[in-house]
Design a protein. Structure first.
Length: 315
């Protein structure tokens, strides 16, 4: 098996990935590449749990604050930028460490992306209007009629991915699943350290506490400020991020303020569930329970060992 070119610290949201990377930086010369589709946006700090300025000064971070909230950043952009960054970091004598949990970014980097059609604003608007009338579960059922493979892997309320799958079908006449037929040989070799809690209730408690802390820290005011400074709408990738979508709905009067906390926690738990499902599909990952007594210590040891192997292969 080819030697790894980078270390990846993966895990569901709120599992301690950033903390592990910062600990690793005390032992190895590393630079962090964020693999998080929310952290790319400027001024979105509270709701993304973005690493603080102190944390970013402790170790170099890349692909954070590189887009405005009214802009997009695709998985293809991420793959291209990350391959370039990996080469630049290695040339500086450091180890590239990918930290995050955005599934599509990982797929684009490791497996590549098919030549999918660009987004079409008119088609997306029509799909959103139908969803407003019928509900996303109804559109999920429509998707199942034309692309059963994609529908089977998507929750009935995963509006962003259901919309994209229907859009691709309308644009091409082909199911989205028919585009995903690449070979199994990875384009990039990663040594994967995965933080996966055995007791899901501990992760849920941490998610709940973190979302409550975000609200206390001014999350709603952050979104209000974004809406004043930028021309935003609910369909933008930035406002589809977990947490931001729920705050947006509250500010639009679509969600009672009294339900914001529970809805935000639920959406974050659903995200974590999808991330754990994705992680279980990754081959050759090393799994550690971040909430076990020695979990993070063992994950740190494995990360140091992986960095040693990457350095040796690059020498």
């Amino acid at each position: 098996m080819p030697a790894p070119q980078a270390l990846a610290i993966f895990g569901p949201t709120a599992s301690g990935k950033t903390a592990l990377a910062l600990q690793l930086a005390q032992h190895k010369r590393i630079e962090v590449i964020s693999i998080d589709s929310a952290l790319v946006y400027r001024e979105m700090d509270i709701g993304t749990a973005k690493p603080t300025s102190v944390e970013q000064a402790t170790v170099a971070h890349h692909l954070i604050d590189i887009r405005n909230p009214d802009e997009s950043y695709s998985a293809a952009d991420f793959a291209q930028d990350t391959r370039r960054l990996m080469q630049e970091i290695a040339a500086r004598g450091s180890v590239p460490v990918l930290v995050g949990g955005t599934m599509m970014y990982h797929k684009a980097l490791v497996a590549g992306l098919d030549d999918l059609p660009a987004a079409n604003a008119d088609i997306r608007l029509r799909i959103e209007e139908r969803a407003a009338r019928l509900g996303w579960p109804a559109l999920h059922a429509e998707l199942a009629q034309v692309d059963a493979v994609t529908a089977a892997r998507l929750p009935p309320r995963d509006s962003q991915r259901i919309q994209r799958a229907l859009e691709v079908y309308e644009l091409t006449g082909r199911p989205l699943s028919s585009f995903h037929q690449r070979g199994d040989e990875p384009l990039v070799q990663l040594a994967v350290v995965s933080l996966e809690p055995e007791d899901r209730s501990q992760l849920h408690a941490r998610i709940a506490q973190r979302f409550a802390d975000m609200l206390k820290a001014g999350f709603v005011a952050e979104v209000e400020g974004l809406r004043r400074r930028w021309t935003l709408h609910a369909g933008l990738p930035s406002m589809r991020c977990v947490g931001y979508r729920q705050v947006w709905e509250m500010l639009e009067g679509q969600l009672p303020e009294s339900e914001l906390l529970d809805r935000g926690i639920f959406a974050t738990r659903q995200l974590a569930k999808r991330q754990l499902t994705w992680l279980r599909s990754l081959p050759d990952r090393q799994v550690f329970d971040p909430f076990a007594p020695s979990g993070l210590r063992d994950a740190l040891t494995a990360s140091i060992t992986a960095c040693d192997a990457i350095e040796t292969a690059a020498a």
